[in-house]
Design a protein around this ligand. Structure first.
Ligand SMILES: [Zn+2]
Length: 335
């Protein structure tokens, strides 16, 4: 804990500062935290705080506590939070991308020439008011939803899937291990969707004029998916990199951290190769989607979108996640 506290003090003192004492060795936990801190800069304070300062806390404990053991265990009681604590108004963030998330979790609608692709679906309680009603508020028709890509099988991203499958006949796309996991669940709020499309690494999902490239990034869950897709910003095409798994709420052993780190590096390479400059993920804690969405109202002509962080910042995001994972791996070993 002492090491975490020390890092927290450095963060609190201001980004870019280094500790007054001698620099830690690069291969120590403190060395990795220092590298993460440097990479985070002022762009990713939430990611740094979650992964390096308080890495022991599961980011989505409620999302992960679903019983996937296959019916024997008693379902976990569900507490639905007061709407005032989570409801957020929908926002158009790019010409063809709409944010329909809560204050905490993100769901997005990618509008194509042949219908809508929804990316992640929030908790069940938020799916209808945020996604269905949000699309209508933004002038879109939920009946146009053709595909729903679920980044991973945790409740804060997949519980709206069955609603969209049943109501609009949308195809649900997930990674194979996460399909296996949710199909066995006996307490998934909103119900378990029928098994549908299984994503593969490098798969290109095309709807009308838009293609989403799926990159498998196991780590956060075994079936986590990350995405690359084009967005239009005031008519100009930019490539968005969507990271599907964030926190370290997986079995805490070195091999799981290695899987996570490999995927961070893999997706960083894919994002660079694709020329991605827009960074998105599914928790506002990591990409500040809620706050940036609000900032758009004040965006001036000629000003860059707050979501267009640039290719270098995207690389630094994945450096933060990988370095924090390296630090936590060393903490597990007690170094
Ligand atoms: Zn999760």
């Amino acid at each position: 804990m002492k090491k975490h506290f020390g890092a927290a003090l450095v963060v609190a003192a201001g980004f870019g500062l280094v500790a007054a004492d001698a620099a830690p060795s690069a291969d120590s936990a403190d060395g990795h935290i220092a590298a993460a801190q440097k990479a985070a800069g002022t762009d990713f304070p939430g990611t740094l705080a979650r992964l390096c300062i308080q890495p022991a806390d599961g980011a989505d404990a409620q999302a992960s506590r679903r019983n996937a053991a296959g019916g024997a265990a008693k379902p976990v009681a569900r507490v639905i939070p007061d709407r005032a604590t989570w409801y957020a108004a929908p926002v158009q963030v790019f010409d063809n991308l709409y944010w329909v998330g809560t204050k905490v979790h993100s769901s997005r609608a990618l509008r194509t020439s042949a219908g809508i692709i929804i990316i992640d679906t929030l908790y069940n309680y938020a799916a209808e008011p945020e996604i269905v009603e949000g699309l209508k508020t933004l002038g879109l028709n939920p009946a146009d939803i053709k595909y729903v890509i679920i980044s991973h099988g945790h409740g804060d991203h997949d519980e709206g899937a069955k609603l969209l499958q049943d109501k609009y006949g949308a195809h649900i796309v997930m990674g194979a291990p996460d399909w296996d996991s949710i199909i066995k669940s006996n307490n998934m709020a909103g119900g378990v969707p029928r098994r549908d499309m299984t994503a593969t690494d490098g798969q290109k999902l095309t709807l009308g004029d838009t293609t989403v490239t799926i990159i498998t990034t196991p780590g956060h869950t075994p079936g986590t998916l990350s995405l690359l897709f084009p967005v239009k910003d005031r008519g100009k095409t930019l490539i968005a990199a969507y990271s599907g798994g964030t926190a370290f709420n997986f079995p805490r052993d070195p091999s799981h951290f290695d899987i996570y780190i490999n995927s961070a590096e893999k997706f960083a390479r894919a994002a660079r190769a694709a020329g991605a400059t827009v960074f998105l993920t599914n928790h506002s804690e990591f990409d500040e989607a809620y706050m940036k969405g609000r900032m758009l109202a004040a965006r001036k002509p000629g000003e860059a979108s707050p979501f267009a962080v640039g290719g270098d910042a995207i690389q630094r995001y994945f450096t933060v996640t990988a370095e924090c994972a390296e630090a936590e791996k060393l903490h597990l070993k007690g170094s």
